[in-house]
Design a protein around this ligand. Sequence first.
Ligand SMILES: [Zn+2]
Length: 347
Amino acid sequence: MKKTATRLADGRELIYYDARDDAVRDAVDQRPLDPIATRSEIRHDRLLGDRVAIASHRQARTYHPPADECPLCPSREGRHSEIPASDYDVVVFENRFPSLAGDSGRCEVVCFTSDHAASFADLDAEQAALVLDAWTDRTAELAQHPAVEQVFCFENRGKEIGVTLGHPHGQIYGYPFVTPRTQLMLRSLGEHREATGRNLFDDVVADELADGRRVVLDGEHWVAFVPYAAHWPYEVHLYPKRRVPDLPALDEAARTEFPQMYLELLKRFDRIFGEGEPPTPYISAWHQAPYRLTDRGEFALHLELFTIRRTSGKLKFLAGSESGMNVFINDVPPEAAAERLREVASK
Ligand SMILES: [Zn+2]
């Protein structure tokens, strides 16, 4: 993998990740861009104890542009996009419309491929491995950013999730605090350690493997299962079998096996609702240990993949119980979801 860092016309950072070590990335951003003025502000909710990012400048962001004006496609003569090069493998750059910026963290965009019409599931193993390299590198790099406490690599796929650009891409958020969901996991982790002397993540993975009913994929270095108390209609958690706190800590064997496992899961997601159905909207979310945690080795890196579609043509909305009270109601039993995800395995 070859990494080349450069700057866009407004000063934002852009990094190419190339499979070929001899790739040359010297194209210059030719757009007359004003420096970015972001007014993102983190407000603390005194009742709930959580935080909200107020980012009014995002209202002006690019919204469903026509394919020939896609800002994530490579640049070509007469049409300059966010990526100055005329082609690329994987590219990461600072979001022009960040929810978090400056003292409030960092937002980056990851373009998985220069092919506008592809999706992550269409990538080959080598391309997916390059995306894994980029996620890993960004996680290691953002550890040096003074405002960033926790890094979140994720992909929103599909209009139904609110994706405003069709080009296959994901995002990386560097939060200036430990997120509420991670705090909940850390609390459970501490309580379990106190009560049993064991690691909760290890026990969850071992219990799922022993039970087997919710296991979807069992590889040599990774296991994927529908969690016992799945919140979403179809939800899969993918864990490396050797517990590590974050992506940079993955060993070579796990890194090598990851693409085939993840690509297979994504392909199965697109088959859940049968032939002729539009691609399954999904959210794919990496959970990693916050940087400044004393016993961060206790945390288990894992990926949570889920869809908000519950049946053909119908979405699961976060309605009164979920939005009002944080109580999820899931119509699809996790064992049935796992059964379906095994049925649609690649032949
Ligand atoms: Zn595009």
